[in-house]
Design a protein around this ligand. Structure first.
Ligand SMILES: Cc1cc2nc3c(=O)[nH]c(=O)nc-3n(C[C@H](O)[C@H](O)[C@H](O)COP(=O)(O)O)c2cc1C
Length: 183
């Protein structure tokens, strides 16, 4: 069982591509919420066994897609049993606009982690916000709660800005390192 799981939903493949890139550089396991908002028993078991859980979803209409919310609501039985108490959590979200209300999604993910009694890991990176900054730089969207990715609405899954993917990779590695320090 992997210590770190990225549980994600992706309607059109962009968030999946980002999660795959992040998982490739760490030992994180990917758990994909299906189009009906469901996980199978094995996937629930993988979440249960993980030391850390990273929430990942695109921002749709200013928050997570309904499939991710269905997953979150399905964790309420675990919430009641404090089953995820003291797990380590993080989150990232991807959307078409530079802002696009992604912060709402991240704060909601952080709230979900807090409801479970989790330990939330911040992004821990300075923003790249000078005149020289471009979209190959780290954290050009200036996140701090978690990682932000902006994929232009007409971009394929192979055209996600490089710097944003690198930002997610660094963040996932940070969460992995923190888990190792805690244990
Ligand atoms: C139903 C729907 C709602 C969306 N709402 C937003 C939004 O609120 N803000 C934004 O910036 N982009 C929004 N988008 C754009 C998606 O976030 C963007 O295309 C993202 O890359 C999709 O990721 P995915 O391929 O993993 O589904 C929306 C897209 C859809 C389909």
């Amino acid at each position: 069982m992997s210590k770190l799981v990225i549980v994600f939903f992706s309607g059109y493949g962009h968030t999946r591509k980002i999660a795959e890139a992040a998982a490739a550089d760490t030992d994180a396991l990917l758990v994909e919420i299906d189009a009906n908002g469901d996980l199978n028993d094995e996937q629930w078991q993988q979440l249960h066994a993980a030391r850390g859980i990273i929430f990942a979803a695109p921002t749709y209409m200013g928050n997570v897609p309904w499939q991710f919310k269905k997953f979150a609501d399905a964790t309420s039985a675990l919430w009641a049993k404090r089953a995820w108490q003291d797990k380590v959590f993080g989150g990232f979200t991807n959307s078409a606009s530079f802002n696009g209300d992604k912060q709402v999604t991240l704060i909601w993910m952080q709230t979900l982690a807090a409801q479970h009694g989790g330990i939330w890991v911040s992004l821990g990176l300075l923003p790249a916000n000078t005149k020289q900054a471009d979209r190959n730089d780290i954290n050009t969207l200036g996140g701090s709660i978690g990682a932000l990715i902006q994929t232009p609405a007409d971009a394929s899954v192979d055209e996600i800005p490089h710097g944003d993917i690198e930002t997610v990779k660094i963040y996932v590695a940070r969460i992995s390192e923190i888990i190792n320090k805690l244990d």
